[in-house]
Ligand binder design. Structure first.
Ligand code: SF4
Length: 283
């Protein structure tokens, strides 16, 4: 059972340090999807939430009121929705803070880059299609097997739903991208998965981002056996060789492919079609 608390904050749009995002809009602290590798817990300022990841969600109850004021004053820039939580986690279905935030931002001329693991994003197709020049949407597809996904991304929608959402967004003319990450040795690093994901990216005209598992402090301290296993399997892994194979598969399929985080901003921008920002935190 997830505990939900309502809090007041002083600011809706925070300055982002991520490449190509000027602001971040995070309607919630915490994420019910409860991915065991989630990096966001290390960047969440609320200690109670970060130490009880997936069990407590804090809802920013005054977010929309603040945002309405801020969009009138702040300079235009790309907004990442969201960067330390999934904007379309289950509570969003009822509270609609991401939807309301998206509407305000788009109607006020802000560009928005969305990253999610949820097909709930399709609920907002009306705004996304109306403002398609201002948005891009990334779906994180880490695994293809739903049972493996369930072990790592405990409460997130299963991969098939994310894939279907990606096709639907693309069919509606929305700029899309796939995020394949974290790549975990011996779990989702085989070439069959990569070929299938690249095929999906090709068919949806999506950019293909990929990234290895990043070892975070909380993982090193964890007693969870699965976390220990993935940390160990990442030691001395030949990432260079895997990345080379990914690039080759993308090239064979004529899919734009980018190693997340490691590319310098300008390199990335030179690859991107007009109108693309790049991904938030790669959740
Ligand atoms: S990785 Fe993303 S979807 Fe998973 S728990 Fe973290 S914020 Fe939520």
């Amino acid at each position: 059972m997830v505990k939900v608390e309502f809090i007041e904050v002083k600011e809706a749009l925070s300055k982002s340090n991520l490449p190509d995002l000027y602001y971040a809009l995070n309607p919630y602290f915490g994420c019910e999807h409860s991915c065991i590798y989630c990096y966001a817990r290390e960047y969440t300022p609320d200690k109670e939430v970060s130490e009880n990841w997936g069990k407590i969600i804090k809802v920013k109850k005054n977010l929309i009121d603040l945002l309405k004021i801020e969009v009138k004053k702040k300079k235009r820039g790309v907004v990442g929705l969201s960067t330390i939580t999934d904007p379309y986690q289950p509570i969003e279905k009822e509270l609609e803070l991401s939807r309301k935030g998206l509407e305000i931002l788009l109607k006020n001329g802000f560009k928005v880059s969305i990253q999610t693991k949820s097909d709930l994003v399709l609920r907002d197709l009306d705004f996304l299609t109306q403002f398609k020049d201002l948005v891009d949407v990334g779906l994180t597809i880490t695994f293809l097997d739903k049972d493996i996904a369930k072990k790592f991304e405990i409460n997130a929608p299963e991969p098939e739903r994310r894939i279907n959402a990606l096709y639907k967004l693309s069919e509606n003319g929305i700029k899309t991208w796939v995020f394949y990450g974290p790549i975990i040795p011996k779990v989702n690093d085989n070439l069959e998965i990569i070929k299938e994901l690249v095929k999906i990216a090709k068919e949806t005209n999506s950019i293909f981002y990929y990234d290895k598992l990043r070892i975070k402090k909380f993982m090193l301290k964890s007693n969870d056996l699965l976390i220990k296993e993935i940390v160990n399997s990442s030691k001395s892994y030949d990432w260079k060789n895997l990345y080379k194979k990914i690039e080759e598969i993308c090239k064979e399929n004529n899919v734009k492919c980018l190693q997340a985080f490691e590319n310098k901003r300008n390199n990335i921008l030179s690859f991107l079609p007009k109108g693309y920002s790049i991904l938030p935190i790669l959740l």
